[in-house]
Design a protein around this ligand. Structure first.
Ligand SMILES: *[C@@H]1O[C@H](CO)[C@@H](O)[C@H](O)[C@H]1NC(C)=O
Ligand SMILES: *[C@@H]1O[C@H](CO)[C@@H](O)[C@H](O)[C@H]1NC(C)=O
Ligand SMILES: *[C@@H]1O[C@H](CO)[C@@H](O)[C@H](O)[C@H]1NC(C)=O
Ligand SMILES: *[C@@H]1O[C@H](CO)[C@@H](O)[C@H](O)[C@H]1NC(C)=O
Length: 494
């Protein structure tokens, strides 16, 4: 940990977490008070009663930020709009890395990078040491960051490392790739789901200025930095014209914000100088969480999965594997159907009063009682916030306490099945260390060792509505079978 790069990179990690402990503790005092109220609201919810404090609760909700402005569907009025659909060749990735971290991050990039198909660059902070050479053609083409020390000195930037990160936009753009519609900037410790990026970006008019990203999962990170910024570790997308406009005077913009500690915030300030707001895409995950994030991944928002960042900081997402194997394993499911990956489908086995919650390609949970869909959509709080002692409101979404102890099954394999279907197999896992509490079932699902989920081999085009499912078999046999299908017009999932 002696090298400058390591110090810089850990400074970066620190800075992207929070600004200062003093500020933190004063904020925590404030949130501790509201935390009690949230706890009461939480209890009230579980009694399914009306909570008198729910009005107060709603006043605590973070401001909504416009998310839909100018989506492709509304943009037919623009005469410059090219109707040819966006494909993988229209995206260029700028991946920020460091010599010190690359060795341990390469497996994450290898999990998703398609040599000679995905376009982009891996930008190291300094020339690679001999052990990285020759640079493999299976990795993104190598670039070394410009020396930005002059700019750092001149601007008296409070956080010089951030200058390099912002500057990497210019370095990526400067490569002059042809036919680019989008620049996607991310860190070396993110796994990206490129097919979904293509489909999501295809919704937007790439000839306009767009800045696409997502919040941190941790309320305090957004509070400290900005509710208006995309968290760049997980990835942000800049439309070509926006990137082109920004790089004309990116150095000037960096000089205008020498007091801003986070590269993500500087980038947002630079984007905002063009009057462009953040467009939120809910599948971009900063993962400002620690511990076991299986609860989060098992109740994914209803949006295509775009990225998973910070996999180094959480437990392996598949408990029987290490973190690198886990990333590669999830990719096996992604390769067979990225559009359904982590999409949550809920159905009920009425004869036994069981609830099934499927996170496609990742997990299946069975509860030995009927839980409403809106409850099951809330992640089980198996994880902890980025800040160890944070008080509620900790997360940008509602959670459930993990003591409901579902039977848990994790993705094992996928194969083609008859009639244009894919079957994904899930194997029972030891129940995570959830505390036993009175919600726990009586073990009537214990005979189920594996679950087979059948889904269409045709990619899902519409994500506006979830799919529905039918339990084909759950009693007696050790393998339960579930079939996903489109919901009927007026079908109620209850
Ligand atoms: C992507 O679309 C362009 C037209 O905009 C086309 O020329 C190109 O062949 C397509 N590439 C792929 C990989 O589909
Ligand atoms: C990528 O293309 C280059 C040049 O066409 C080729 O030499 C290299 O082997 C290819 N790499 C992979 C991993 O396919
Ligand atoms: C399922 O729940 C209903 C309603 O609570 C109840 O009447 C029924 O007995 C339950 N069935 C089983 C098998 O527990
Ligand atoms: C569990 O409870 C259900 C209904 O409450 C009952 O039908 C079933 O026999 C019980 N199973 C066991 C193993 O006790």
């Amino acid at each position: 940990m002696a090298s400058l790069a390591a110090i810089k990179f850990s400074a970066l990690k620190q800075n992207t977490r929070f600004l200062s402990d003093n500020f933190l503790s004063s904020v925590l005092k404030v949130v501790a008070i509201s935390g009690l109220c949230l706890y009461l609201v939480y209890l009230a919810f579980f009694n399914y009663s009306n909570c008198p404090s729910s009005k107060f609760f709603s006043t605590l909700n973070p401001k909504q930020i416009p998310t839909d402005a100018g989506k492709r569907a509304d943009s037919h009025a623009n005469p410059n709009f090219q109707e040819s659909p966006t494909n993988i060749s229209h995206l260029v990735f700028g991946l920020v890395s460091a010599v010190k971290t690359w060795k341990d991050r390469k497996p994450y990039i290898d999990a998703w990078w398609q040599p000679n198909i995905t376009r982009g660059y891996l930008i190291l902070d300094k020339p690679p040491t001999p052990d990285f050479l020759p640079w493999p053609s299976s990795s993104p083409p190598l670039r070394v960051s410009d020396d930005t020390s002059k700019l750092e000195r001149e601007s008296k930037h409070v956080s010089p490392i951030m200058v390099r990160m912002v500057h990497s936009i210019l370095e990526t753009f400067r490569e002059g790739d042809k036919g680019v519609r989008w620049y996607v900037m991310a860190f070396d410790d993110s796994v990206l789901f490129v097919e979904n990026w293509v489909d999501v970006l295809n919704k937007y008019d790439h000839t306009k200025y767009f800045y696409i990203g997502d919040y941190s999962e941790t309320v305090l990170s957004n509070l400290f930095f900005s509710f208006d910024q995309g968290f760049g570790g997980a990835g942000i997308a800049l439309s070509y014209p926006l990137a082109a406009a920004m790089v004309k005077d990116l150095k000037g913009c960096i000089r205008r914000y020498p007091f801003v500690k986070s590269a993500d915030t500087i980038i947002q300030f630079c984007v905002d100088e063009f009057g462009v707001p953040l467009t939120v895409e809910k599948g971009i995950h900063q993962i400002d969480l620690v511990g076991d994030i299986s609860g989060f991944l098992s109740s994914h928002p209803q949006a295509p999965l775009l990225s998973l960042h910070h996999l180094d900081f959480v437990n392996p997402i598949f408990p029987s594997m290490d973190k690198f194997q886990s990333a590669a394993h999830l990719m096996k499911a992604a390769k067979s159907d990225q559009s359904r990956l982590l999409q949550q489908t809920i159905c009920y086995h009425r004869p036994r009063n069981w609830s099934f919650s499927i996170s496609w390609g990742y997990s299946v949970h069975i509860y030995e009682r009927i839980h409403p869909r809106s409850l099951l959509k809330r992640p089980l709080e198996t994880f902890r916030p980025w800040l160890r002692n944070a008080k509620p409101p900790m997360f940008m979404f509602n959670t459930r306490w993990p003591c409901e102890t579902p039977s848990v099954f994790f993705f094992e394999s996928t194969e083609k099945a008859l009639r244009n279907q894919i079957v994904t197999n899930y194997a029972r896992s030891a129940s995570p260390g959830y505390p036993n509490c009175f919600w726990k079932g009586n073990g009537s699902t214990n005979h189920i060792a594996r679950i087979q989920v059948y889904s269409s081999a045709t990619k899902r085009k519409e994500i506006e509505r979830s799919e529905c499912c039918d339990i084909i078999r759950a009693d007696g046999a050790s393998i339960a079978e579930v079939k996903l299908r489109a919901c009927k017009d007026d079908e109620i999932i209850a």
